[in-house]
Design a protein around this ligand. Structure first.
Ligand code: FAD
Length: 516
């Protein structure tokens, strides 16, 4: 078989596209194969009702670094923002607080000062974490100079926080966000705001150990951008389109409607891929942005892997916990006590940490959360391209939605949608009468539509035992795999999910350094 391509990338999610752009810019011939009709993966566009558009899953671009955005020249490729630096407003019936960076309105002066101090400290830690996230995770016990140097630099950067701050970082990094928030803050809405950022996308309630880690990883992404919470004009699908355009301009070819059925191996080495339509395409290397379980268990096949490795793949926790809700509205809703100028904020409905914990408890037992937490966006306040004249789009992340629901899928969907609507009505009375169309996507729906096992935000839990040098699992960290020529570049790899482009970027760097 002739090697037609230097690199074939499986999946045109944002990480696959970042990786493609970088490898093509470095002179490789690159083919990206996307199973769906659109690029973008979780950020791909979806017309969920006639004329009403949103992205399938992701809502905000808030972790994609200024540096990467500039180096990919995404603005030259059409990326424009309808809104940047959106504030977060946390709502409970009858009351709200508004957070813009270290400034907060709607609480006492003492509480505002406490928030400012905590926010400043977390920002400092997030800056340190940002260096960890944007560096290839070193292997432990390795004699390789690069690994040792990376470890040394991490240690030094931690030490440069200063003795007191370093101790504080080490004290809180393994804590749960419930304890951190209740130690530092008094206002339940502010505590819940912190809790919500820690648990979004993770299979955790706020009392779970490791939730300060997930909070810091999110804040680390945010520390790399000056844009804050951003909404691209045309939705996140337009962001994905800009990435595809950048990759194509660099020389890559992007094919949609091209599901890969298998990775071709000969003599323990990658030869290319087989498409579902029977076509065989050859390449010197294959880079998979598909989640690790699917990459190894379905596309590659266990016959090419040793038993210990297969066990690690099997143990990778991957069940999603987040649902996505799309509403087509006939008009803008009114939220009790909220000035209309704030309707375009990032709106969070999570009145307390206990509320979050209770919502989580249900999902642990496969039950539907009676009072789910919501992260709401009304993008049409800023961007009229997403709905027909007069109409509005309201999207929400709904936590929690068990992957293994006890009920059948239809019943679980109906119950969660009814519960989410009751919560929404409690802060926006009358909204029910504005709803023209509603679509709730459970993790199982996201699994099917986006082809991500478990429908998981990060392609697999972000937790201490699946983080940094053990992400996704030993033997497949550093984007390399036991199979020569097979690499990973998706959210399942370090540093995890979110629209950061980091797994894609770091994988491209690793391939350029090590590929045959
Ligand atoms: C409900 C929800 C809300 C979220 N909200 C946000 C948010 O607001 N902000 C944020 O930053 N992050 C958010 N995230 C997380 C973020 O969207 C993901 O972490 C990120 O999109 C992962 O990108 P990726 O490129 O690694 O993978 P994906 O986006 O999953 O892309 C993988 C691609 O591979 C393709 N594929 C799969 N199998 C095959 C195959 N066999 N052949 C060819 N192609 C294949 C898929 O179709 C897909 O296009 C959210 C996630 C969820 C689930």
């Amino acid at each position: 078989m002739n090697r037609a391509w230097d690199t074939i990338i499986v999946g045109a999610g944002h990480n696959g596209l970042v990786c493609a752009q970088m490898l093509a810019s470095a002179g490789q011939s690159v083919l990206v194969l996307e199973a769906g009709a659109e690029v973008g993966g979780f950020a791909a566009p979806r017309e969920f009702a006639p004329g009403f558009r949103a992205s399938i899953a992701a809502q905000y671009l808030h972790q994609f670094s200024d540096a990467l955005l500039r180096s990919l020249q995404l603005e030259r490729h059409g990326l424009r923002f309808a809104a940047t630096g959106l504030a977060t407003t946390v709502l409970a019936s009858g009351r709200h607080v508004r957070i813009a960076g270290d400034h907060v309105d709607g609480v006492s002066a003492e509480e505002a000062t406490r928030w400012q101090q905590l926010d400043t400290r977390l920002a400092r830690f997030a800056k340190f974490m940002a260096t960890v996230q944007s560096t290839m995770a070193p292997r432990l016990g390795s004699s390789d100079f690069q690994d040792r140097w990376t470890l040394l630099k991490m240690g030094l950067r931690l030490r440069l926080l200063g003795r007191r701050e370093m101790r504080e970082f080490l004290r809180i990094a393994g804590m749960n966000v419930y304890d951190l928030a209740t130690d530092e803050l008094e206002d339940p809405l502010l505590q819940a705001a912190l809790g919500m950022d820690a648990i979004l996308g993770s299979n955790f309630g706020p009392r779970a150990p490791g939730t300060v880690l997930t909070l810091l990883t999110r804040r680390a992404g945010e520390a790399t951008t000056t844009g804050g919470y951003r909404l691209p004009i045309g939705g996140l699908g337009a962001f994905a389109q800009a990435l595809a355009s950048a990759a194509t301009a660099a020389g890559a070819t992007v094919r949609t409607d091209a599901p890969v059925a298998g990775i071709v191996i000969e003599n323990d080495e990658v030869r290319g891929v087989d498409l579902a339509n029977g076509e065989r395409l050859s390449a010197a290397r294959v880079v998979s942005s598909v989640d690790p379980r699917q990459t190894f268990l379905s596309l590659l096949g266990t016959e090419h892997l040793d038993t210990g490795f297969v066990r690690r793949v099997d143990h990778f926790r991957h069940r999603g916990i987040t649902a996505k809700w799309h509403l087509a509205l006939d008009a803008l809703p009114t939220f009790t006590g909220l000035p209309s100028a704030q309707l375009g904020d990032r709106l969070v409905v999570a009145p307390s940490l206990n509320y979050l914990e209770t919502a989580y408890n249900a999902s642990k037992y496969g039950e539907v959360s009676v009072l789910p937490a919501l992260e709401i966006s009304i993008p049409t306040v800023h961007d009229r391209t997403l709905a027909p004249a007069g109409g509005h789009v309201l999207t929400a992340i709904v936590n929690y939605a068990a992957y293994d629901a006890k009920d059948d899928l239809g019943t679980a969907r109906e119950k969660l949608e009814a519960n989410a609507l009751a919560v929404l009505e409690s802060v926006a009375p009358g909204i029910r009468s504005l709803i023209r169309s509603s679509e709730l996507l459970l993790p199982m729906d996201l699994e099917r539509i986006c082809r991500v096992t478990g429908g998981h935000w990060h392609h697999g839990d972000l937790a201490f035992d699946q983080y940094l040098m053990v992400r996704p699992f030993p033997g497949a960290a550093q984007y390399q795999t036991p199979i020569r020529g097979l690499y990973l570049c998706g959210a399942g790899s370090h540093p995890g999910g979110g629209l950061t482009g980091l797994p894609g970027r770091l994988a491209a760097e690793q391939i350029q350094r090590t590929a045959p």
